[in-house]
Every structure is written in structure tokens, then in C-alpha cells.
Design a protein around this ligand. Structure first.
Ligand code: GLU
Length: 507
């Protein structure tokens, strides 16, 4: 059997849709599962969509995600060039050949002619299908007109009758009547091919024998197959992947706040977790396992288990998975990754390792450290609104406002009044205590204090935690926070809280 060759063929738009990256991953996995080649080809024939720096962006995403290609623009192989705009003479040559083979014809119609036909059809209330008068021009005559400098395009010639069919590995047998296919432009008047032509020529010349792409291309595939047939080329295996959607009916869209790959990276998701999650968008293993290394994915990935129905991108599920990746990494690694995030918001000299220990099991992604904007699409709303989620470590900088009501906690049986009393006890104990880097010893100190005073632990621990943080919810309890802040700062905060409570109660 021939070695399998797949490709990822992005257009350089400067933006990596989740669905695109998922398709790249599937192409990579399908190739690597059978020790095949995975090729990167840049489809930049639509020069209007060109974005500066987009090429480097594609390289860097593929590098980050470990989707290592065997050939590509920056990794020459024997099938190059791998950038379509550098292959224009090839498309011209094959377009002319296709005309000779009867699979295409030269067309001299202007856009205005076509528009006029379209309007006439619409006036009659008919659906528009362009019927090309240039069909009747002989190839010799057409070439004479071209030599004389007339503007032209190359259009596909579709048989008026018959059926074109193919088998898709995901969607099964697909048949269309040729009469429903339009005679699309293959080569434009400026010499650039359309996607519809370039993809066929390149896939053939690059010996791509398994085409993996989004299912929006299914309906055009019969037209591509007619081109393969006209050339008498082997038709590749087709794997049209299900779309990645927000819900059964809503597409993912940037405007509605749906994340692209870069958005996720900017929020501090890690690329291995993103890729792992993407693998499950439209594919599932035989068992219910969900966490896979890339090597495991390569081993387990089977085309037969790609699902035809839309895959739903569930941000919460991705968050869960990212959290799992964070929990499973060594603390050292987590700490190293968290460091730049701390630097953005923390200026105090606190025990960041202790903080990392607490956060490693509590955060789902790193932007929780700095706080982040969350786009929310409310029911019925046209556009997403932005909500700011505050930093999970905002208590460290001591910028939060005192609020006596935080001391009132039904279950802990605390009130501002009895919290003040508890803080006097806490202050005395914390002054006498020195081992702030030992969470267990610190915790025991609070437990002993409560026991001595004959109250439940919460009666001293809740006021201590609120006093140290001015928050009702913190990662870790009073012992961990005291550890992070250290003795001096902890005592300063207890003192301040006592003063604030006294003032509030006297007011
Ligand atoms: N350039 C196309 C796109 O970005 C690729 C389609 C394909 O994989 O054939 O959508």
C-alpha cells in the first residue's frame, strides 16, 4: 500500500479558527497513525484576504501545538513550492491541459454579461444558473483571441447530464446530478487559480491521497472529482470533518465572543490541553477515556470513529480539561508557567511557591491569576457583552475594601461583633507564633486556639481569613493565606481589621 500523505492547507488570514486547527490535528493524526506524511500548504490565491504576518502565525501555531509537518514552505520537500502564489505557472499549464482534455473551456464573458443574465433570471423569478455562451467557441479560436490580448478566464466544463458520485469516509456515499453543478471559474483573468482548481492540482501533484477538510467542501467535491477524472488521475480518499459549532444551530463566531486558538493561549490555556480537547471534537475513542498524550492519540485515532454530526465546542469542558493538565504537571512546571502571570498583578514580596501550590488544583487557566474579560452572549442578545472576572489573587495586594458584613457567616456562627473578639485572640496567638511556612503547624495553631476558647474552629478561622484577605472566598484558608503573606504582613492586616471593625461597630 502507498504511504499515506495528508495535508493541512490553511489560507493566511492571521487567525486560527478552532475548527481549522481541529482539522489540522485530524490530518496530522491520520497521517501519523499510519506512519505517513503530513504536509503544510499555504493557500494564498485569494490575495484580498491576505494578512501581513499570517504565515509566521501559522508556523508558530503548528509549532506550539506540535503538529510537525514533514514538508512545507519552510521545510522543503520534493513537491514544492508549498505556497500557492509561487505555483502560478503550474496552474496555467494544467488549466490549458484541462481545456485540451475537454474538462474546461476558455470564457470571455465579462462580469457584466453574467450579471445581466442573473438579473434576467431573477426578473422571471427563476433560480440562476450561468449558461456559458463561450462553450461554443472552439479551442483554436479561443487561443487566437487570447494571443490577441483578450481577457479570459478558464471555466470548468460540466457534463450536462449524468451523475457524479463519491464515497466519503465520514459521510458515506454521496451522489449529485451534474445538471446541478455550476461551471465555476478555475483560473481567473489575473492568472490566479481559484481554490476550486488549485486544491485539485496541488493535491494530485503533491501526491496527497487522503484529503481531510471541513465538510463545507462536500458539495464542491463532485466538481473536483470531474477534474480528477478528466486528467485520469486517482481520486483521493475524502474525510470531510464535521463542523465545530457553538450549539446545534449556532456557528462559532468571533463576534459572539467565541475563542480562537490565540484567544485561548492569551487566556493561559496550555496548547497540549487545547489539542487534547480538539481531538474530541468530532472523534471519540472506543472507551470513555478523554485525556490523551499526542502519542496516544496517534495510536488510537481511527477515521471510522469520526462522527458526521456537528461537534459542539464546550468552553466549560475545555476549562475542565485544561485544569486537569495543570493538576497533573509537576508543581515546578506549574510554578514556572504561572510566574509571568503573577508578575502582571503582584508587586508584594510574598511566598509565590505556596501560592502556586494552592492554585495548581484550583484554577482552570492562568488568566484567573490576572483576572480577565469574559464575553457573554445573553439570551436573545445580538452581540456578546463583556464581564470582568476579577483576579483570584486580588487579596494579596491588599487593595480590597473592608466590609464588616463579610464577617457575618451563618454556618460559622460569626458576626462582626464576635469576629472582633476572635481577632483579639488571633492577634495574640499569631504574634507569639513563628513558623509561618508550615501550613500544618499554622492550622494547628488556629485549631488549638478555638479549642482553648471552647468555640468551633470556624469562629476563629473565618474572621482570620476575612481579616487577612477582605474576601469571602479565597484559594486556601487562613493558614495558607498567612503563609503566603508572611508574619509581618499578616499581623499588619489583623491589626487593620481590628481597627476597621472597631470603627464600624462604634459608628
Ligand atoms: N484553504 C482552505 C481553507 O482554509 C482549505 C480547504 C482544504 O483543506 O482543502 O479553508
Amino acid at each position: 500500500m502507498k504511504k499515506i500523505r495528508t495535508r493541512f492547507a490553511p489560507s493566511p488570514t492571521g487567525y486560527m479558527h478552532i475548527g481549522n486547527l481541529r482539522t489540522a490535528l485530524f490530518s496530522y493524526l491520520i497521517a501519523k497513525h499510519d506512519n505517513g506524511d503530513f504536509i503544510l500548504r499555504i493557500e494564498d490565491t485569494d490575495q484580498n484576504r491576505e494578512v501581513k504576518g499570517a504565515l509566521n502565525f501559522i508556523y508558530s501555531v503548528l509549532k506550539d501545538t506540535h503538529l510537525e509537518y514533514d514538508e512545507g514552505p519552510d521545510k522543503p520537500g520534493k513537491y514544492g513550492p508549498y505556497i500557492q502564489s509561487e505555483r502560478l505557472p503550474i496552474y496555467k499549464e494544467y488549466a490549458d491541459k484541462l481545456v485540451d482534455l475537454g474538462g474546461a473551456h476558455y470564457c470571455f464573458c465579462s462580469e457584466e454579461d453574467i450579471q445581466a443574465q442573473r438579473e434576467a433570471a431573477e426578473k422571471k423569478g427563476k433560480g440562476f444558473k450561468f449558461v456559458d455562451p463561450c462553450h461554443h467557441i472552439s479551442v483554436e479560436e479561443a487561443r487566437k483571441r487570447i494571443a490577441a490580448g483578450e481577457k479570459y478566464v478558464v471555466r470548468q466544463t460540466i457534463p450536462a447530464e449524468g451523475i457524479t458520485s463519491f464515497d466519503d469516509a465520514v459521510h458515506g456515499h454521496i451522489e449529485v446530478e451534474n445538471s446541478t453543478l455550476d461551471e465555476q471559474i478555475l483560473l481567473k483573468s489575473d492568472g490566479f487559480p481559484t481554490y476550486n482548481f488549485a486544491n485539485v492540482i496541488d493535491d494530485h501533484l503533491m501526491e496527497i491521497n487522503c484529503v481531510i477538510r471541513g465538510n463545507e467542501y462536500i458539495s464542491s467535491t463532485p466538481k473536483y472529482n470531474l477534474i480528477y477524472k478528466a486528467f485520469n488521475w486517482d481520486i483521493p480518499m475524502y474525510v470531510h470533518c464535521p463542523p465545530v459549532m457553538k450549539s446545534q444551530t449556532q456557528k462559532l463566531s468571533k463576534r459572539n465572543g467565541d475563542a480562537s486558538y490565540n484567544d485561548l493561549i492569551e487566556k493561559g490555556y496550555i496548547s497540549d490541553a487545547i489539542l487534547n480537547y480538539l481531538a474530541l471534537l468530532g472523534w471519540a475513542p472506543e472507551d470513555n477515556e478523554e485525556i490523551f498524550t499526542m502519542d496516544e492519540l496517534i495510536k488510537r485515532f481511527k477515521i471510522e470513529r469520526i462522527n458526521a454530526s456537528p461537534a459542539i465546542f464546550d468552553q466549560d469542558k475545555l476549562g475542565w480539561m485544561n485544569g486537569e493538565y495543570l493538576k497533573r504537571m509537576p508543581l515546578e512546571k506549574f510554578h514556572e508557567l504561572a510566574m509571568p502571570w503573577y508578575k502582571k498583578v503582584l508587586t508584594r514580596d510574598v511566598d509565590l511557591r505556596e501560592l502556586s501550590m494552592l492554585l495548581q488544583t484550583r484554577i482552570l487557566f492562568f488568566a484567573e491569576i490576572t483576572g480577565y474579560d469574559k464575553k457573554v452572549l445573553n439570551e436573545g442578545a445580538e452581540e456578546a457583552t463583556v464581564e470582568h472576572v476579577p483576579s483570584i489573587v486580588d487579596f494579596i495586594e491588599n487593595t480590597l475594601e473592608f466590609n464588616p458584613e463579610l464577617y457575618r457567616h451563618k454556618k460559622m456562627k460569626t458576626t462582626p461583633e464576635n469576629s472582633l473578639e476572635a481577632l483579639y485572640w488571633v492577634k495574640e496567638r499569631m504574634e507569639a507564633f513563628d513558623n509561618y511556612s508550615d501550613d500544618e503547624a499554622l492550622t494547628q495553631m488556629f485549631i488549638d486556639l478555638a479549642a482553648e476558647k471552647g468555640v468551633k474552629n470556624g469562629r476563629v478561622m473565618w474572621p482570620a481569613r476575612v481579616a487577612l484577605s477582605n474576601k469571602a472566598s479565597t484559594p486556601g484558608g487562613c493558614a495558607e493565606i498567612a503563609h503566603i503573606l508572611g508574619k509581618e504582613e499578616s499581623l499588619r492586616r489583623i491589626d487593620q481589621a481590628i481597627k476597621d471593625l472597631q470603627n464600624a461597630l462604634n459608628a
